[in-house]
Design a protein around this ligand. Structure first.
Ligand SMILES: Cc1cc2nc3c(=O)[nH]c(=O)nc-3n(C[C@H](O)[C@H](O)[C@H](O)COP(=O)(O)O)c2cc1C
Length: 310
């Protein structure tokens, strides 16, 4: 296969590991790169020095290309932007905010820029701002969400019809079936968060991984729709209460690290998407990616047979 995403990223397979605060660091991202996907290092934790060290560690851990995410609204100043421009990183995803101010400096530094969008309107604005591609984030996905929910199935088609940029489908994809569906709708790559946070190489506590494995397709809530941030997270006693009350207390994220790394699933909210209902095992990243590619190829071959059937 060759397509615009593969040419832009240099990855072997069109599979991105999503940026995830504190989680998307070198241990997970380098495993994804070694397996042929594109690992992404997060900077949304705001831990600037730790994130810079993680980027430097990636170069030691893998020769394969990798990317970095810049969450525009969360960046306190231009320090991380300037660091990335000088770092040798070749692929950046931006999210949370307008990429307009970031596109020029990044592209002048020879960096490809994809921006994450939850609506068609945002996709059109980003295309006008000159981004190289888009990550199209549907409502099924875990993490911060647009409260006006549109599924990946519909959003991808609508964005495909509106812009001619390479699209990365995000939200609701965890295997070759989901990848084939996304490609049928116009994607040139897929991005996965929930599948990789529950992989063997993910640094999070086993309680979090097991909660994902055990949850059904209805095992997540979209919370805090009337305030910010709106999120999709695992159903727990704590998130059930937030769901019933309709508003998420501001201190909810204060103890997120106790959940992520301490395994206390009631300490905060465990971000996860609807694919929790499809994931039934903690698996090594290399197995996830190789099975995904094989399943995608089988389905793509079967689909070409279908076209001759009429
Ligand atoms: C645990 C977790 C943390 C996330 N944190 C971030 C983040 O810090 N920045 C960001 O842009 N997206 C974040 N996301 C969203 C992902 O980038 C991605 O779009 C989403 O996970 C895709 O849907 P999926 O969960 O169905 O794979 C997070 C998702 C998860 C599951």
């Amino acid at each position: 296969m060759s397509n615009r995403f593969l040419a832009h990223s240099g990855a072997k397979y069109p599979i991105i590991q999503a940026p995830m605060g504190w989680i998307a660091r070198s241990q997970l991202a380098s495993a994804v790169c070694r397996a042929g996907g594109l690992g992404i290092i997060e900077t949304s934790s705001g831990e600037t020095d730790a994130c810079k060290a993680e980027i430097e560690r990636m170069v030691e851990l893998t020769d394969a290309p990798f990317g970095v995410n810049l969450p525009i609204l969360f960046l306190k100043d231009d320090a991380m932007l300037n660091y990335i421009c000088d770092s040798g990183v070749k692929f950046v995803t931006t999210s949370a905010g307008s990429p307009a101010k970031f596109v020029g400096p990044l592209q002048e530094a020879g960096i490809i820029v994809y921006h994450a969008v939850p609506t068609v309107e945002a996709a059109i604005r980003c295309a006008e701002a000159g981004v190289d591609g888009l990550v199209v984030e549907g409502a099924e996905g875990g993490g911060f969400k647009n409260p006006e929910e549109v599924s990946t199935l519909v959003l991808l088609q609508a964005v495909r019809a509106a812009v001619d940029l390479p699209l990365v489908a995000a939200g609701g994809i965890c295997d070759g079936r989901g990848m084939a569906a996304a490609f049928a709708l116009g994607a040139e790559a897929v991005q996965m968060g929930t599948r990789f946070v529950s992989s063997a190489e993910s640094p999070v506590h086993d309680n979090y991984k097991n909660a994902i494995v055990e949850a059904p397709t209805t095992g997540t809530y979209v919370l805090n729709k009337k305030a910010s941030p709106c999120i999709r997270a695992l159903r727990t006693e704590r998130t059930h209460k937030i769901h019933e009350e309709g508003l998420m207390p501001p201190e909810t994220f204060a103890n997120i690290l106790d959940l992520y790394f301490g395994g206390d699933m009631e300490a905060s909210v465990g971000l996860a998407g609807q694919t929790v209902g499809l994931i039934d095992q903690v698996r090594p990243v290399a197995d996830i990616i190789s099975d995904m590619v094989k399943e995608f190829q089988t389905i793509a071959e079967n689909m070409s047979g279908l076209a001759k059937g009429f």
